[in-house]
Every structure is written in structure tokens, then in C-alpha cells.
Design a protein around this ligand. Structure first.
Ligand SMILES: C[S@@+](CC[C@H](N)C(=O)[O-])C[C@H]1O[C@@H](n2cnc3c(N)ncnc32)[C@H](O)[C@@H]1O
Length: 297
């Protein structure tokens, strides 16, 4: 890489939508439409250009608990910001009330931005809200976002796939709508069939889920990582094992929101913790001990 390609940390980048940048053909956010937009896991740099455009164009932004305030700062200053988050254990708006609000705002002729953490279609109820819009005859657009289970792990230096480890990955919610652990999932098949498991909303049920996986054949020594506030300055990572994860979480008081990954890909963090490296962590080579000269491309 030439020096020209190295951007020192803290350097101000040009505004990607400014006159000087190549022109992008972005869709017009029409009045009376609802855009269901993924805000990504937190770092505003992970917003898509469509999401940024939506934030700048919307009349009203109806946002979730996991949308970071630094993302909301990109909204049009004239836009009304309406919080409609659901928070475990606290009084939260009902899903049907949120959907009804989107319909009502769109019928008033507003440009309605429904902003959700991560990707709206990944454990985000975006599908339910979009179906309500269809029923009400409201035109809508979906803007996918970076999901925590991929982008959040990337910020911890953990790839969800690596060719020496896994050819499949399973995304699981650890929490049913009523709060219970999803015992109706086929845990024996999940334990046997997927070398890497990524768990959303699973912190409070980690002990039960670990037991289910171990009793269905996973090793207690299998590496596990939990990433809290992924991609934000407050990001924290706890590396543990399947057998000790729940106890370690309790011991250090690790709190939600956390994304959890189970599988050998966690070992790659020893080499790929790029954020840690910025703070001086020495990255190891060959963390899996599998690479030979001929494999290196
Ligand atoms: C209701 S789900 C929403 C998932 C979201 N739609 C996505 O694609 O990332 C909420 C869960 O996502 C995970 N999550 C979302 N953002 C996160 C973040 N910045 N750090 C860690 N976990 C996060 C946590 O497991 C949290 O409990």
C-alpha cells in the first residue's frame, strides 16, 4: 500500500455527499412514505449512504432503543425525533402501537424514517412493521443495515466465517417475545450442525443456552466471546468458554446489549483485534495453528 492510501486516525474525510464527491443517484424520499432503515450497530460511520440520505430528508424519525445518539445527530435539524424503543424489563410501547404510529404519520403526508439498530430485518421486527404498512396501503422502502452479529463482531476482530473453521453460521435469538429462552428451537441440530453460533438478546439466558449446547455435544472448552456496545467507544469484549461463560458474565457484571459468538472463530481475535492493535496489542500470527506456507495466498 502506498502512503497515499494511509489515512491517519482523526483525519477529516471529505463529505461523501458533497459537490466534490462523485454524484450518487439516491432515491427521493417522498412525502407519505415510510422508510424502514437499519442504523447499524452504533458507529455512525457504519451508516449506509441510503441511511444517511434518509436521515437528512426525513420529517420525522421514529427510532429504537439501540440507535446511538451520535447517529441521530445526522438527522435533518428540522426533523422531529420520536423515541419508540423497547427495553427489556421496562414499560415499552406495544409493537402494534408502533406500527399504528408509522401509518398515522405517513397518512399525515410526512416522510417517516423508522430507524432501527443493526439491520431492520434481523431480529428487529422490521418484517412485522413492513407488513402493517402493506395492510394500510402505505408505500415503503427497506434500507438494510450492518447487523450487530456481523459488523459488531468485526469490530471485535472476529470474523463470522473463516474457511479453516466453518462453512455455516447460525444466527439465533436467545429471547422469545415473552422473554423465555427459545426451547422450541431444535437445539440438538443446532449444536451438531453449525460450528459457529451468533446469539442476539441471549445474555440473560446464557446459562441455559450453554447447558443445552453442552448436553447436545458441544465442548465446554469451546471459545466464546461477548461483545458489549459493539462498534462504540464503550465497546467491551469478554472472552470465555462455553462451560464458564455464564459464571464469567456474572462475575464481571457484563451487561446488555451484547452480541455473543460461540465457536473456534473466536480464536482469530488473537490476530485480528485491530482495535486492540491501535492501542498497542501485539497481534499473533496463525491463531488457529493451521496455516502452512502453501496455504498462504
Ligand atoms: C432487538 S435485537 C436487534 C438486532 C438488530 N436488528 C441487528 O441487526 O443488529 C437487539 C440485540 O441485538 C444485539 N445488538 C444490537 N446492537 C448491538 C451492539 N451495538 N452491541 C452489542 N450487541 C448489539 C444485542 O444482542 C441486542 O440484545
Amino acid at each position: 500500500m502506498s502512503d497515499d492510501n494511509i489515512i491517519p486516525i482523526g483525519t477529516q474525510m471529505p463529505d461523501m455527499l458533497s459537490e466534490a464527491a462523485p454524484r450518487l443517484s439516491l432515491p427521493v424520499f417522498e412525502a407519505g412514505w415510510v422508510w424502514l432503515v437499519g442504523a447499524g450497530p452504533g458507529d455512525p460511520g457504519l451508516l449506509t449512504l441510503h441511511a444517511l440520505h434518509a436521515l437528512r430528508s426525513a420529517d420525522v424519525v421514529v427510532y429504537d432503543a439501540l440507535v446511538d445518539e451520535t447517529v441521530l445527530e445526522f438527522a435533518n435539524p428540522r426533523a422531529r425525533l420520536e423515541y419508540s424503543g423497547k427495553r427489556g424489563g421496562k414499560p415499552s410501547p406495544k409493537q402494534r402501537d408502533i406500527s399504528a404510529k408509522l401509518v398515522e404519520l405517513a397518512r399525515k403526508g410526512l416522510r417517516v424514517l423508522r430507524l432501527k439498530g443493526g439491520d431492520p430485518f434481523v431480529f428487529g421486527r422490521g418484517g412485522e412493521e413492513a407488513l402493517a404498512l402493506v395492510d394500510a396501503g402505505i408505500p415503503f422502502r427497506i434500507v438494510p443495515g450492518v447487523t450487530a452479529g456481523i459488523g459488531g463482531l468485526g469490530y471485535a476482530g472476529i470474523p463470522v466465517t473463516h474457511r479453516d473453521v466453518n462453512h455455516a453460521v447460525t444466527f439465533i435469538t436467545g429471547h422469545m417475545a415473552g422473554g423465555a429462552v427459545p426451547e422450541n428451537l431444535d437445539w440438538p441440530s443446532i449444536a451438531k450442525g453449525s460450528p459457529v453460533l451468533v446469539l442476539y438478546m441471549a445474555l440473560s439466558h446464557l446459562a441455559t443456552i450453554s447447558d443445552l449446547l453442552i448436553s447436545n455435544g458441544r465442548l465446554a472448552s469451546e471459545p466464546v466471546a461477548l461483545v458489549r456496545n459493539a462498534t462504540l467507544a464503550s465497546q467491551e469484549v469478554l472472552e470465555t468458554t462455553l462451560g464458564t461463560a455464564a459464571a464469567d458474565v456474572a462475575a464481571v457484571g457484563f451487561k446488555a446489549p451484547a452480541i455473543i459468538v460461540i465457536g473456534e472463530v473466536v480464536r482469530l481475535r488473537q490476530s485480528l483485534d485491530w482495535l486492540g492493535a491501535l492501542e498497542g496489542r501485539i497481534l499473533k500470527s496463525d491463531p488457529l495453528g493451521t496455516r502452512s506456507e502453501k496455504d498462504v495466498i
